[in-house]
Design a protein around this ligand. Sequence first.
Ligand code: FES
Length: 190
Amino acid sequence: MLYEREALDTPEWWQGLDEMIERQHEQYPESVQTALIPLLHYVQNAFGYVPEKAINHIAQALGVPTAYVCGVASFYSYFSLEPKGAFTISVCLGTACFVRGAQAILDEFCRQLDVEAGGTTSDRIFTVSDSSRCLGACGQAPVVMIDDDVHAKVVAQDVADIVAEYEARARREMQAREERARADARSHVQ
Ligand code: FES
């Protein structure tokens, strides 16, 4: 199963982007960079990363070179030009977690998912972050965050169950989406 985010390649989505570009352009006529940041957020929130086609589209609409938009997107670590998984696993490597075995937990995630730290699984369900500093929950060390979910006092033996839980969640989401798409298709036929 290849996890894909909500199908966004619809004319409505691109129209929404165009409307936002227009608003940003009007609001910040003197600063393309200021206008660009919310647009890049909008794209990344939708796709999970900033795809080349969106970069080209924005560059053309703002009348700037593609390399400029790319440069702004790659300057900020929040933006990714590579596809990311549905879930991002962040194993805290701060001191309190490190001394309680966080590195072994990170290694176990990488081993089970067959990726290097920083990598994304081939089914695009997981990205394993390679740089997680103190997550502010030292009393719960070692801590793993998966998106906004905090997993406290994790041990390497928990990793398989955690992975299975999120894989099941991704599958349920994909199934629900397929059912919605089938229901939509049926309602168009009727
Ligand atoms: S060191 Fe891991 S939460 Fe603080």
